[in-house]
Design a protein around this ligand. Sequence first.
Ligand SMILES: [Zn+2]
Ligand SMILES: [Zn+2]
Length: 398
Amino acid sequence: MKDLDKAYNRINKTTEEHLNQVFSLVQDLYNHPEVGGQEFHAHQILTDYLENLGFSIERKLVMDTAFRAVYQSSVSKPGPTIALMAEYDALPGIGHGCGHNLIQGFSLLAATALKDWIDETGGTLQVLGTPAEENFGGKVHMAEAGLFDSVDAALMIHPSTKNGLGALSSALYPLKFEFFGKTAHGCKPQEGASALDAAVMTYTAIQFQRQFMGKDCFIHGIIKNGGEAANVIPGYASLEYYFRAPTMKEAKKMAQNATKRAQAMADATGCKMESSVYECPYGDTLPSISLAELMHEAMTAEGIEDIEDFDWTVGGSTDVGAVSYKCPTLQANLKIAEPDVLGHSVEMAQATVSDVGKKALLDGARALAKLSYRLLTDPEALETCRSEQEERLEKANR
Ligand SMILES: [Zn+2]
Ligand SMILES: [Zn+2]
């Protein structure tokens, strides 16, 4: 217990000492927002910071703006690998309205304090720069490339309007339907085949599908192309859809049903239909209640109050889901704004660089660092996370 106090006191000291420096990175990203896949400035300043701390950096892996920073015990003491995930992509037109500039801050400040202990605890500390959460699903590609295969726990904190221990997320399957008809003069429609008619009838047919969907399933679709001129029978039309469900299996089943409807409407109108996956599918999230409980302890010790339990209602989709199928994963939440502030808003972006945002940065980084320290030094706690993960994976694969 004395050792733990000593470690925690030093974590408090180091996070305090580096708070201004890391907060300036948070502010820098706020002032230079970059959308997913374009985060070159963020990539540069974050990897520079970690390199100065003594991390060895792989600057390009899977995506140009992804990175892996590794800090290992100099005496190569064996031990677990803890990954702190850092997001840094912004939203077009809104800047850091999802607060990802603060997500990297939590992880970098925690890593700063934690790396001093790796020689003593053994094991490996990683900071994984995971770009493009909002658009290309950086973590999905990184997970597919095996970057989380040897990780024992992957952790992050997302800023929010409440404190919490994470939530389930929906699987998302994005499917596009394209219709190829035949253009003709508007006064000689019999010579053409309307792709727009096929698209509109498909849109309606998919509306009728909703009655037969399972719980927590969603369909959102738009007509992306519907022709160019009113006096021309449209030869091309397209629809873009998101099919969301509690599991990928269910999301794909919904998409298959919709595809049958699209094909039937193409046949009815004399068009050809092609379907394609037009964005990165996001898997659902496998919860780690063991990690959530450890985080609850860590947050409470920081004086963080009103911490909501793990939320079992299915929410939006995140690329963190892909990570959760590779290793025990936690995405906790920390309050930086009042509940009336909307996600993806300018107000949320402003909150990341407010005094409340700065205080949250310190609290969150300390909680992340102490939870990681616990996982590095308490084999029993880590084993609990591991066995829960195995059980949940087995159940999900059944
Ligand atoms: Zn977002
Ligand atoms: Zn986000």
